[in-house]
Design a binder for this molecule. Sequence first.
Ligand code: COA
Length: 167
Amino acid sequence: MATKLNEKSIYASAIDGHVYKVFPNDLNAHGTAFGGMIMAKCDRLSLVVAERHSGSVCVTASVDSIHFMAPAKENDTLLFKVSVNRAWRSSMEVGVRVEAENSYSGESKHILSAYFTFVALDETNAPTSVPSVIVESAMQTRRFEQAQIRRQARLNTVEALKKYDEP
Ligand SMILES: CC(C)(COP(=O)(O)OP(=O)(O)OC[C@H]1O[C@@H](n2cnc3c(N)ncnc32)[C@H](O)[C@@H]1OP(=O)(O)O)[C@@H](O)C(=O)NCCC(=O)NCCS
């Protein structure tokens, strides 16, 4: 099926299964994988997805709803799944799911979900328009619809907090 230039398949930019082996230097004082290391990887991978989708330089505008569900341990293999959930005018929500796999037993657990908002910039560093996403599965439809609810909550929060801004 022909696609319009201003629409792009979610699959075209997605990262499905980037792996990272947890070594001792990745651990916190508690002996589990350091959350900041995992968050930095999520930001970097989701930037790649946003730039692939938009074809532009992107910046992280906000990060919300980072949920750590379970710890990862030394020797686990982290699996990152990253895709664009929805695109608006110049911004995109990128969702990240991280699983920790025990490569010896094959057991895997969901350890993190997060949502990053990126804004595409033009050569003058002004926000520039991005392609819409083409939704092609039930899961993508669910994520697409949920992304709009999160965007509205983000914009509502920004608006509600404006009255507390320093003059
Ligand atoms: C992100 C940034 C470009 C937005 O600039 P701005 O002047 O607010 O631009 P606009 O008001 O035109 O908004 C542009 C888009 O950003 C979105 N946006 C702005 N602030 C946002 C926030 N805090 N959270 C989510 N989206 C946001 C707007 O909703 C709009 O989306 P849309 O075009 O899809 O409707 C600007 O705030 C910025 O440069 N921030 C610093 C980014 C940075 O340094 N990141 C860390 C290193 S990568």
